[in-house]
Write a protein that binds this ligand. Structure first.
Ligand SMILES: *[C@@H]1O[C@H](CO)[C@@H](O)[C@H](O)[C@H]1NC(C)=O
Ligand SMILES: *[C@@H]1O[C@H](CO)[C@@H](O)[C@H](O)[C@H]1NC(C)=O
Length: 404
């Protein structure tokens, strides 16, 4: 009795002093509720890739939704409304026209602390964020009546500081909130060498959309004008843009056809020379809109909100794209935003299945060998924390990997 009590008391010390050699990687996956009192939902990623709902953090602003003929999932019509870079998470309050910066606690990455205050996005209906660690810049894409881009310096103490000469218009004709998804902005990112800021814009059929590119000066300011690259014939609605590994190129989803591969090597803002691209149809697609890259398989994973299917795609050394395999998820679950975490054990794909109010987790074991391992339903767990979710409002997916 006495001995067992002693062991019980000492147990935590014994455990913590024993060197253990277990996989330490894990992390967190985040999305936002995007409702009036917007919050980021942090989900713990275990070393085996599985998720558990952990906590929520207020963004101190309002979410919003665009105007559509048939209300459904994907209210912002975009990718990267929640973005992780380094030990920071950035997101938008589309209904308050603000951008927010959080510090991620690397010891418990589900814990977020706001840095500074929400700052003006410099336009209407901010929807997507890009980060360049090389340039120490954070840029936001605004999609409402006052649309375009605007950039900040992320200060670890005071938060986001506006950078002069970065507020640039896309000059598209839109309302606030915007009417879409046709004719709305989609995604923002930096080129691989951080020399250019890029944004995708959907067309209004029959007119195709475009990829906008601004050059970035040494002082961080953007070129006054952007060069516009329209997709190859068949391309219509440039949506998410994912850099192609080791290339100056992008995979751009297109719900009008499948996806495009953009070769940026001939793109010049100074000489007003657009990028060239090729279109790869995805048979049976309804709306392939989101994409992420897996370092482990070397392939890209695209989600279709219309068919609730994940499409695995490859892009070869000559920038030729192909469909590798498709993985249907639950019918009508409305698969939207995606992110991939590279843990020490494997790569894992996290899919926000908005209408099902769940996150689907797929283990990316090898090319053409993704395997669903979990469907995390989040509505009731969040309700018990006093947080409401609406499948037509949730948006975003981003991951932080510990010890990476
Ligand atoms: C903006 O768009 C309007 C209408 O389409 C056009 O007349 C104007 O020249 C454009 N401005 C710029 C700076 O591109
Ligand atoms: C999915 O939605 C369609 C259209 O609303 C409906 O006809 C179909 O029965 C639904 N399928 C499932 C499995 O819920």
């Amino acid at each position: 009795m006495l001995v067992s009590t002693l062991v019980f008391i000492l147990a935590p010390f014994l455990v913590s002093s024993t060197p253990v050699n277990r996989p330490t990687s894990g992390g967190a996956a985040y999305f936002m509720t995007n409702l009036d009192d917007n919050v980021v939902v942090s989900n713990k990623i275990s070393p085996d890739g599985k998720l558990a709902i952990a906590c929520t953090t207020k963004t101190r602003g309002r979410g919003s939704a665009g105007v559509v003929a048939n209300p459904g999932a994907d209210p912002l019509f975009t990718q990267d409304s929640v973005r992780v870079s380094g030990n920071n998470l950035y997101t938008v309050n589309a209904g308050s026209n603000t951008v927010v910066m959080f510090r991620i606690d690397p010891n418990d990455p589900t814990r977020l602390t706001m840095v500074g205050n929400p700052v003006s996005s410099g336009g209407d209906f901010p929807v997507s964020i890009a980060v360049s660690e090389a340039k120490n810049m954070v840029c936001v894409l605004n999609g409402g009546e006052v649309n375009g881009v605007n950039c900040f310096k992320p200060d670890p103490q005071v938060g986001l500081l506006p950078i002069q000469g970065t507020r640039r218009s896309l000059n598209i004709s839109q309302s606030t909130p915007p009417t879409g998804p046709a004719g709305t902005v989609s995604d923002i990112l930096f080129s691989a060498d951080s020399s250019k800021l890029l944004a995708t814009v959907k067309g209004t059929p029959p007119n195709p959309g475009f990829l906008a590119a601004w050059s970035i000066s040494n002082d961080g300011s953007l070129s006054k004008d952007f060069v516009s690259s329209t997709p190859a014939t068949g391309g219509l609605l440039p949506f998410s843009a994912t850099p192609i590994k080791d290339k100056n190129a992008l995979l751009v989803t297109d719900p009008g056809a499948g996806f495009s591969v953009y070769d940026l090597s001939g793109l010049s803002v100074e000489q007003n020379k657009p990028a060239s691209s090729s279109i790869i149809p995805v048979q049976g697609q309804k709306a392939v809109c989101w994409s992420a890259f897996s370092p482990k398989t070397g392939n890209y994973y695209l989600t279709d909100i219309g068919t609730s299917t994940v499409t695995e795609a490859s892009v070869d050394g000559n920038l030729k794209g192909a469909v590798v395999k498709q993985y249907p998820l639950a019918a009508n679950s409305s698969t939207i935003d995606v992110a991939i975490a590279s843990l020490s054990s494997n790569d894992f794909l996290y899919v926000l299945s908005a209408s099902a109010k769940s996150i689907d987790v797929l283990a990316l074991n090898a090319p053409a060998n993704a395997r669903p391992i979990q469907t995390l339903k989040f509505e009731s767990a969040l309700k018990s924390k006093g947080i409401t979710v609406d499948g037509n409002r949730v948006q975003g997916m981003a991951v932080f990997v510990r010890g990476s």
